[in-house]
Design a protein around this ligand. Structure first.
Ligand code: HEC
Length: 286
């Protein structure tokens, strides 16, 4: 009797586990493809988002160090993720399930696509499916960039098909040696202007230049450019051979150091020669 109950329990539980692992996505959702091109910039956006919102459970892609939940979150670089169409991943990120949070109201569609772009950057065989823009006319975007020293803000003036327009998305980043640092995201006002804060204590190069990447987006149209602007603190970088270091060239070392160094070298060679000479003498006597 007890065994029967156990068996029934086992079967039920087994069924539950199998069910739990199958996460079906409606066919029309799975067919969805990204209107945004998965280029380097977009991948970096996804990487930043991933580190802020997903690493805690999914771990570092390719390292399989996700949290041991059941069902497991999985590694975005894995076959399990990569074998699914973009639309299926998109759907799962939007809708969530169990421990996997619902991101529908937290992340914009563009942000979710950038996460998928980041996932696909680990898959060398991936070819991005083409999006059908249909009758959608992409606006021609242009922008001017300025820095207002009085308020420490970047001022971006955006033109859509030659006209200023309210509500166009503007984001800016500082481009550094190790990636992009987001300055912020905002929308243009009725004068077509968007203001973004820049911390003037950010380290620039020796002249105080910062490389600022600005991106504006309206619908599926994206325009971006990187501009070098003199708005930061000049960096106080001294190169390794500029100071007075032992490994620097001889003319930068003080005289006492050169003399001491020479005396030590001469002294050591003296001792070595003395020992060799002594050994020869021993042999002769022997
Ligand atoms: C609190 C932990 C947690 C966080 C944070 C989290 N996930 Fe998940 N995720 C899970 C778990 C657990 C699953 C498995 C859910 C299931 O199968 O029922 C999962 C599943 C998924 C899947 C489906 C995987 C598959 O095998 O089909 C995707 C895609 C995904 N997560 C993407 C993300 C992205 C992108 C983020 C960040 C924006 C994120 N997750 C943040 C826990 C998390």
């Amino acid at each position: 009797m007890k065994n029967y109950i156990l068996l029934i329990f086992f079967v039920l539980n087994f069924g539950f586990v199998v069910n739990a692992q199958e996460w079906t996505v409606p066919a029309e959702e799975a067919e969805k493809v990204s209107p945004y091109i998965f280029e380097d910039d977009f991948v970096t956006d996804g990487e930043i988002l991933y580190e802020n919102s997903c690493t805690s459970c999914h771990g570092t892609p390719t390292e399989n160090n996700f949290m041991p939940f059941s069902p497991p979150p999985g590694d975005p670089a894995s076959e399990q993720f990569q074998s699914q169409p973009d639309g299926a991943l998109f759907y799962k990120i939007q809708k969530g399930r169990g421990i996997m949070p619902v991101f529908e109201n937290i992340l914009a569609e563009e942000e979710i696509w950038s996460l998928i772009a980041y996932f696909r950057s680990f898959n060398k065989e991936y070819v991005q499916p083409e999006f059908d823009y249909g009758d959608e006319v992409l606006s021609e975007l242009k922008f001017d960039l300025d820095f207002d020293e009085n308020i420490d803000k970047l001022v971006v003036k955006v033109f859509s098909d030659g006209e200023v327009e309210e509500g166009i998305d503007v984001s800016a980043f500082v481009v550094g040696m190790f990636g992009k640092f987001p300055l912020g995201k905002t929308k243009t006002n009725e004068l077509g202007l968007a203001y973004l804060d820049v911390d003037p204590s950010l380290p620039g190069d020796k002249q105080g230049n910062l490389d600022i990447l600005v991106r504006v987006r309206k619908g599926y149209a994206i325009e971006k450019a990187t501009t070098s602007m003199k708005i930061a603190e000049p960096a106080q970088q001294t190169s390794l051979i500029e100071g007075r270091h032992l490994w620097s060239t001889g003319d930068k070392a003080p005289v006492w150091l050169l003399v001491t160094f020479l005396l030590i070298v001469v002294g050591i060679w003296g001792v070595i020669l003395y020992i060799i000479f002594g050994l020869f003498r021993l042999k002769k006597i022997g």
